[in-house]
Design a protein around this ligand. Structure first.
Ligand SMILES: C[S@@+](CC[C@H](N)C(=O)[O-])C[C@H]1O[C@@H](n2cnc3c(N)ncnc32)[C@H](O)[C@@H]1O
Length: 323
């Protein structure tokens, strides 16, 4: 069994298909509630998950909204039990939709977490530039990630996730530090607005806008996976090396991969055996250097205006809209 040290974190750990606290990685095919009930108290430093939204994706059965929230509440109570006292719980959600009416899930989940004693640290906006075009309301271009901690004593390694400052050359213009650089040489706080690349996931277009190509991380069999980059920022800022990370709705293992990539340990639960198998395969690919991932912090692609797809089509030319 792999011992966890800094030097061996690129050695592939044994992937257990059950929870084994002495191992580094567990991929469990099970219902989230049943599996979480078997996990120990106060064990995980970070729980990060995107639950089913009850919108009829092929991995879920749409039920009435009240029952959906009640079901999740039971799971969340278990998650709070298994979370360490200095740990963090990140809950990533979008909207539930019913006959065109929008129910932002974070609004409904917030009181559930609050009633279980968790404290909100950030409501992070995860913005993506593209997606479905709505016809009877404005097109949705963000989801949210609620970051809760179990107590006021929690881990937050800001330096691990700083991003380049826009104006690193700024200096104090008065006071004792007058003339000295005013920023942080490690960069600035990334803020609670994260523009990561869901657009490229949805469109399967990356970097070369007029050529259809798969996003490097996209798994054909899964309809909505996390970009590994989204989880990495949480792993790096909210945990330390060797800590345990849990995703109770693990899908194809993006949270587990982000954890392993930074020498943490991980448990990924999903009730779908195919997704669990893909998770195992992605972990093997990662350790063999074959898993394509978008690099952490890579700037979002901005079209130059010269690409064919950036130009107004000649077909739209009219007198009022000359091209
Ligand atoms: C929104 S997806 C999560 C995707 C994941 N973040 C990733 O990056 O691949 C929700 C996942 O929950 C799983 N799921 C749905 N109901 C479940 C349940 N009761 N127990 C465990 N997993 C469940 C689905 O199979 C699906 O993969």
């Amino acid at each position: 069994m792999a011992q966890l040290t800094l030097s061996d974190h690129r050695e592939r750990p044994e992937i257990s298909r059950h929870f084994q606290p002495k191992q580094k990685m567990g991929v469990i095919r099970a219902d989230a509630l049943k599996a979480c009930r078997k996990l120990p108290d106060e064990f995980f430093s970070l729980i990060i998950s995107s639950p089913p939204y009850n919108i009829g994706k092929n991995y879920e059965k749409k039920i009435d909204f009240e029952s959906y929230l009640e079901d999740r509440k039971t799971v969340i109570a278990e998650l709070v039990r298994v979370l360490k006292s200095d740990g963090s719980l990140c809950w990533q959600v979008g909207n539930y939709l019913d006959q065109g009416e929008v129910y932002p899930l974070d609004i409904y989940f917030y009181p559930v977490f609050k009633s279980l004693g968790l404290q909100l640290r950030n409501r992070i906006i995860w913005h993506f530039g593209h997606g479905l075009h709505a016809k009877k309301r404005f097109s949705g271009r963000y989801e949210t990630l609620l970051w809760f901690t179990k107590s006021a004593q929690y881990i937050f390694n800001l330096d691990a996730v700083r991003v380049p400052s826009k104006y690193p050359g700024k200096r104090h213009y008065k006071g004792a530090k007058k003339g000295m650089p005013s920023g942080n040489p490690l960069g600035k706080n990334p803020s609670d607005f994260w523009a990561l690349l869901q657009s490229e996931f949805d469109d399967c277009v990356w970097d070369i806008p007029n050529v259809k190509s798969n996003h490097p991380e996209k798994i054909a069999e899964h309809p909505c996976q996390f970009p590994v980059e989204l989880v990495e920022r949480c792993v790096l800022s909210m945990t330390c090396e060797g800590d345990w990370v849990l995703d109770p709705y693990g899908g194809v293992g993006s949270a587990a991969i982000a954890a392993l990539k930074h020498n943490r340990r991980a448990v990924s639960i999903d009730r779908d055996e195919l997704f669990c198998e893909i998770t195992c395969r992605r972990i093997v690919d990662f350790y063999e250097g074959n898993l394509k991932m978008r690099p952490l912090g890579k700037p979002v692609h901005q079209p130059s205006g010269n690409e064919k797809v950036s130009q107004v089509p000649i077909d739209w030319k009219t007198e009022v809209f000359p091209i």
